[in-house]
Design a binder for this molecule. Structure first.
Ligand code: IMP
Length: 432
């Protein structure tokens, strides 16, 4: 049995989509286990670029079976739209190929309105959420008043639950935020319609995945967002409301401890980016930032897939990378976007932090308060060559190899693959 878990080691947007697409060629089941349509996974195949928010990126391979796990929050409007989008590309999306957990929670217009109202109320302390209703949906889950996919199995009863839910959301919107109420009947009727459409897809993926693993099939668990956005282990409170870290794959898919992961693959951008507010010790600004971010002219420039916001950018942070290795139990790293660094004279990489005259290799109390730390960077020599045609370790310039070796040394984990462009084949396999 083979379970492979793919996680982001940073604040999301590490390029997991294209790595998942690559690994999915060998997978039977591809499963998303956390988050919702706040995620944006981009996969480029030839002239087609797929931007997926909810469906597993591995579903682009026609032989795979897709799963949306119980750890997710699902906006049915986005999901049905995305299913249609894939169908328009000739990709089959039907109950023979897709299962949604009965225990996944729904995102409603009530959650989206509350997300917007809560962000407004935070004023200067805004998190910079994606506005998709993620936080309020997980809040309802934890408060044990959420709506689950299971509730959709009886569409008429579900309509009544939706009415009660919107009524409750309206009370909160009015009482705490003086926001406009939502239409109760129209929303309830609309969601009843979605219940009818989604009913055939609702099942128990935990049982299905366990069965697949026992039969020796391979399962690819796709984490959304990244380690530093994890609700428990990230830069709290500037985090998302789910567990993108690797152990979240077990709880988020309904798997027990026997489903040991054979590989836990940490996807790491060759520099660091973040959208929204929160600490970022190696952040750069102005020209240096523009150089890393790009102008937005290319789909791979550093602008949010879900929101279009320009991403904050900075140099690779080895202290946070080591933390991600430990929290996830990473067995290997995949380094993405190395081609973007071509042309720099030197490349800074943070190897330790300084605080009150002391040098620290690791965080004393996790990453939520990074204000006491100043990054200590080593300047590695850059390279001028274009990397987009490299396919083997030997194809890489010696300084690019040196940069990757430094990442492996800092993290204590081997680098197995390196992406050098958005296309499926623009990958360097790092056999020694
Ligand atoms: P939320 O998940 O929409 O509540 O947003 C919480 C924080 O996580 C914000 O800083 C978002 O920008 C960030 N975030 C959520 N999803 C992603 C993602 O897929 N990539 C990068 N950042 C994300």
């Amino acid at each position: 049995m083979t379970l492979v878990i793919v996680v982001g080691t940073q604040w999301g947007d590490e390029g997991k989509g294209r790595i998942v697409d690559l690994l999915a060629a060998q997978a039977d089941v591809v499963a998303r286990y956390n988050g919702g349509d706040n995620a944006g996974h981009t996969v480029t195949v030839g002239s087609q670029t797929f931007k997926l928010h909810l469906l597993p990126a591995g579903m682009i391979h026609p032989h795979t079976f897709g799963v949306l796990g119980n750890g997710m929050v699902v906006n049915p409007v986005s999901l049905l739209k995305e299913m249609e989008m894939l169908r328009a590309y000739g990709i089959v999306v039907d109950p023979e190929r897709l299962m949604i957990s009965y225990a996944a929670h729904l995102i409603t217009p009530g959650h989206k309105a509350l997300d917007a109202a809560q962000e407004r109320a935070r004023g200067a302390g805004q998190i910079g959420t994606t506005g998709r209703g993620i936080g309020p949906a997980y809040t309802d889950k934890a408060a044990r008043r959420g709506l689950r996919l299971q509730d959709m199995l009886d569409p008429a009863a579900f309509r009544e639950k939706m009415r009660a839910h919107i009524r409750e959301a309206n009370v909160q919107l009015h009482t705490f935020y003086r926001a406009e109420p939502l239409e109760i009947e129209a929303n309830a009727a609309e969601f009843e319609g979605y219940a009818v459409e989604l009913k055939p897809y609702i099942g128990d993926p935990g049982a299905k995945i366990s069965e697949a693993l026992a039969a020796g099939r391979s399962v690819l668990a796709e984490g959304a967002q990244g380690t530093l956005l994890d609700l428990d282990h990230g830069t709290y409170p500037f985090v998302t409301s789910s567990n993108p870290t690797a152990p979240g794959a077990l709880t988020g898919l309904g798997l027990g401890m026997q489903a040991q992961a054979a590989r836990v693959v940490g996807v790491t951008k060759s520099f660091q980016t973040r959208v929204g507010a929160g600490p970022f010790p190696t952040e750069v600004h102005d020209q240096a930032a523009e150089r890393l971010r790009g102008t937005g002219a290319n789909p791979w420039d550093e602008f949010g897939t879900t929101t279009g916001r320009p991403r904050r950018v900075g140099w690779l942070d080895g202290v946070l990378l080591r933390y991600a290795v430990r929290i996830n139990g990473l067995t290997e790293l995949v380094v993405t976007k190395l081609d973007v660094l071509s042309g720099l004279a030197t490349i800074p990489i943070c190897t330790a932090y300084r605080s009150q005259g002391r040098q620290l290799r690791d965080l004393p109390l996790g990453p939520s308060d990074l204000s006491p730390f100043e990054p200590i960077c080593e300047e590695l020599p850059g390279w001028q060559e274009d990397l987009t045609g490299a396919r083997t370790w030997a194809d890489l310039p010696v300084n690019a190899r040196g940069y990757l070796e430094k990442i492996a040394e800092i993290s204590g984990v081997k680098v197995s693959l390196v992406s050098v462009g958005p296309e499926r084949d623009q990958i360097v396999k790092c056999e020694a």
